[in-house]
Ligand binder design. Structure first.
Ligand code: SF4
Ligand code: SF4
Length: 354
């Protein structure tokens, strides 16, 4: 089924009334991103699909965990229709990393449904090859789909990669959009829903395309480091470092990579604004990053650059901490003129009294 575009109004680009979201989680993954998105609240995925978010097109979501179908051919029908060019416009969401099926020997690495004629499994790669060129927009959800993630570690046998490595970093959808990467292991639920909602407003003709950085991440989400939003950053500045995981102090010496990792989770929290790895005692292991996990291992060891930066911060931080301690003691005392004696000692000058 092809949905007609609506007319242009107020000089805005043409929009569409309906959008299908074809979400395939048969990449190499744990389905954690699908599970994570069920916790979104800004907006909630159920609000988007039930039309409670004003101004969005009607959304038809096809995701195996969130599907009302019983599975099988009923579930596969919209995917097959889209592959035949009979369903548009659609946003293709890929979850999980893409294996290299050129090196699968006599088998296959991952599949989604079977070929109707031969009964042979259809690989994820088969679907991507047919759906991506017809997609209005393409979104990679989670670090596996964006950059390869855990499955693409050194020594893996599958040749796993991210979607842009597979389709090409210069890929463009039928709407002229690049792949939109929303990394995270798993993805922070509101990061994904906010990005998807922006895309849907763009589809409706009500917003420009979402701004992305050179790694195709939403700029407004991944433009700052974990450290810049961390509750513990004040301890770092004062060179007050945790020695174990029971401490509320800065965790850089016990494995936190926050100063060099692009992620907004300490600011945003995980669910309903609560949590956010270092805020609640978890070191940042760089799970949103293209170099994850290899470049951050072994986890819980001090990052190589941290010994230099924490050493440099030490003399300044120790001095500043002492000075602040003195000032803190001063500002914790009330001024001495607040008393109930017979004389006014506030320093009030009565010169202008009549
Ligand atoms: S815990 Fe990590 S992110 Fe937070 S201040 Fe320390 S180094 Fe930075
Ligand atoms: S703070 Fe670090 S470990 Fe936590 S979600 Fe962000 S990148 Fe991943």
């Amino acid at each position: 089924m092809t949905v007609e575009t609506t007319g242009s109004t107020n000089g805005r680009p043409q929009g569409v009334d309906e959008v299908h979201i074809l979400w395939i989680s048969e990449g190499l993954s744990c389905d954690g991103d699908t599970v994570s998105v069920t916790a979104a609240s800004q907006p909630a995925i159920e609000d988007v699909v039930t039309g409670l978010v004003p101004g969005l097109p009607t959304v038809h979501l096809y995701n195996k965990v969130l599907s009302p179908t019983l599975g099988g051919e009923e579930y596969l029908a919209p995917f097959r229709a889209a592959a035949r060019g009979e369903l548009a416009p659609f946003v293709l969401v890929i979850e999980g990393s893409i294996p290299n099926e050129n090196i699968n020997g006599d088998g296959y690495w991952t599949s989604f449904g079977n070929d109707e004629r031969t009964g042979e499994p259809l690989t994820l790669n088969w679907w991507i090859d047919r759906l991506a060129p017809r997609a209005w927009g393409v979104v990679a959800i989670g670090t596996c789909a964006t950059y390869g993630g855990i499955h693409a570690m050194a020594g893996n046998p599958t040749g796993a990669m991210g979607l842009a490595d597979y389709l090409g970093w210069d890929f463009r959808s039928t709407a002229g959009l690049p792949i939109v990467n929303v990394p995270g292991c798993p993805v922070q639920p509101d990061n994904f829903m906010e990005t998807l909602t922006w895309l849907l407003y763009h589809a409706a003709g009500a917003a420009p395309p979402p701004p992305l950085d050179e790694l195709l991440r939403p700029q407004w989400i991944f433009g700052r480091t974990v450290h810049e939003g961390c509750d513990r950053a004040g301890y770092y500045e004062q060179a007050d470092f945790a020695k174990d995981y029971n401490s509320p102090k800065c965790q850089v010496k016990i494995g936190c990579w926050g100063p060099v990792v692009n992620c907004n989770v300490p600011k945003r929290g995980w669910m309903g604004g609560i949590g956010g790895c270092p805020n609640v005692g978890g070191i940042c292991i760089g799970c949103t990053m293209p170099g994850f996990p290899d470049k951050f291992m072994p986890f819980m060891d001090m990052p190589p650059g941290a010994s230099v930066s924490s050493l440099a911060a030490k003399p300044y931080g120790a001095f500043i901490r002492r000075m602040r301690g003195i000032t803190n003691g001063t500002v914790n005392k009330e001024p001495k003129w607040r008393h109930n004696k017979e004389a006014l000692t506030s320093g009030y000058d009565p010169r202008y009294r009549p």
